[in-house]
Design a protein around this ligand. Structure first.
Ligand code: NAD
Length: 450
């Protein structure tokens, strides 16, 4: 089948290459000339495990072709997938500007036939309106087909998704969309358009809620003396709950959870419902990002001149995506307080550089990053960071060697043995047992000292 994918970003590139791998004749289309040029010349501008191989292979086979919007001079095909961004607007709603621009362009280039498939995350109710608009002006069909892939494992998620959700009214169009996925074995759920859109938002909102929930439990553990790791393990063994997304830390980030939680909250508000739970989820998440700063201030007082290394810039490991990364927010506040900052990330250094002050040290080597620093904030659990030689890091650092483990991924006692003052999230009880925690623990964090 001939397929066009409009928007060749994190989702569009994986979708286009995945469909090309399935044997479809795919054109990947974007307004970003530089991005298209980079992909075409084999310099993959997105770090996503397996993506480079998949794109290069399908380009080589000719099942994937890439074009800037102005270069398209042929029919878009039977299926036209929209995978443009839907960022957060100032009001918290989803900004549909890129989606509307893509639809206007499709209407101009191929108004007479084809199915428009919405892969971008759009607020519940959007599809009905877009479909009405298309039916009024064109012969194009419309189907909602939200995407659930996770950055960092997007390629494997594409080929092995938990489910494929297809929402719409036109049965023929729905069947066309389903046939796109002939090589994928996954449950296919066919539903109405608005429910499909809601499934996407509700999934992300629920996962974000789990994260904020365990972060609240972590805060309480630090007050009353429990270990959040143990609690999460115990909760997760309940098959009704499951163990995923129960890792306490500096909170969620990325291009999806923060904006989707806010957008769903906005949809609720404009439809006369106050979704209190979502507001709490966001508030808890915003608070989590400040915990490392509080820990640093508790230890050092004013942070001006304090040498701090921040390890990890992407919002999670195995991606170079820094959108809404907790790490970047921490760094910006540290910079405002005139700390002496060095940062390291295995893959996201160049992406992060665009958003950070220029007078911080960008280190492409973890040991260079930590050398001479008094404190380290572990913000992203890349294996290159978690499995680093922490004895050497301790040796290179200066006293007091404060280590804020923002993802609770290091063994507190081992770190103490290496000479660090260890601070975790919701791991206060362990310090109490060692007699190293103050009687009244720090807010949601506490130092382990030798
Ligand atoms: N990133 C994820 O993990 C993920 C997962 C599931 C769903 N989603 C959703 O998928 C959508 C895309 O997300 P993303 O992370 O890939 O975004 P992205 O910003 O990486 O990619 C969007 C791409 O669209 C291009 N674009 C913008 N306007 C265009 C237009 N009019 N015509 C052609 N190209 C245009 C941009 O240049 C960019 O390359 C969003 O709605 C997002 O919420 C994202």
């Amino acid at each position: 089948m001939k397929v066009s994918v409009i928007g060749f970003g994190y989702v569009g590139s994986v979708a286009a290459a995945g469909l090309a791998e399935a044997g479809h004749d795919v054109i990947g289309i974007d307004t970003d000339r530089e991005k298209i040029e980079a992909f075409r010349s084999g310099i993959i501008p997105i770090y996503e495990p397996g993506l480079s191989e998949l794109v290069l292979d399908t380009l080589d086979k000719g099942t994937l072709r890439l074009m800037h919007v102005d270069e398209v001079e042929e029919p878009l095909g039977d299926v036209i997938i929209i995978a443009t961004g839907t960022p957060m607007s100032e009001s918290g709603s989803a900004d549909l500007g890129q989606v509307h621009a893509a639809i206007s362009w499709i209407k101009k280039v191929q108004p007479d036939r084809g199915v428009v498939v919405m892969k971008s995350t759009v607020p519940p109710g959007t599809g009905i309106r877009l479909q009405e608009n298309l039916h009024r002006d064109t012969g194009l069909g419309y189907v909602s087909n939200p995407e659930f892939l996770r950055e960092g494992q997007a390629v494997s998620d594409w080929f092995s998704p938990d489910r494929i959700v297809v929402g719409g009214e036109d049965q023929e169009a729905i069947q066309t969309v389903i046939s796109l996925y002939h090589n994928i074995a996954a449950p296919i759920m066919i539903t109405d358009m608005t429910s499909a859109e809601m499934i996407k938002y509700a999934s992300n909102a629920f996962l974000a809620t789990k994260i904020s929930f365990i972060n609240e439990i972590a805060a309480l553990c630090d007050k009353v003396g429990g270990m959040v790791d143990e609690v999460a393990k115990g909760i997760g063994l309940d098959s009704r709950i499951g163990s995923s997304f129960l890792q306490a830390g500096v909170g969620y980030g990325g291009s999806c959870f923060p904006k989707d939680v806010k957008a769903l909250d906005h949809v609720a508000l404009v439809n006369g419902h106050s979704f209190e739970l979502l507001r709490a989820v966001t508030a808890v998440n915003n608070r989590q990002r400040l915990i490392p700063l509080n820990a640093l201030r508790d230890r050092f007082g004013p942070l001006a001149g304090v040498k701090v290394a921040v390890l990890g810039l992407s919002f999670k490991p195995n991606t170079d995506d820094v959108r809404e990364s907790p790490s970047l927010e921490v760094i910006k506040i540290l910079a405002n307080e005139n700390a002496d900052i060095s940062v390291y990330d295995p893959m996201a250094l160049e992406q992060a550089r665009k958003f950070l002050p220029t007078d911080i040290t960008f280190a492409d080597d973890i040991m260079r990053c930590v050398g001479g620093t008094q404190a380290v904030v572990l913000a992203t659990e890349w294996s290159q960071i978690v499995d680093a030689d922490w004895a050497e890091i301790s040796r290179l650092m200066a006293a007091p060697r404060l280590l804020f483990d923002g993802r609770n991924v290091l063994n507190p006692q081992s770190m103490v043995n290496l000479g660090f003052e260890y601070v975790g999230v919701g791991r206060n009880a362990c310090a109490r047992q060692n007699g190293t925690a103050p009687e009244k623990g720090l807010q949601a964090s506490v130092a382990f000292k030798r």
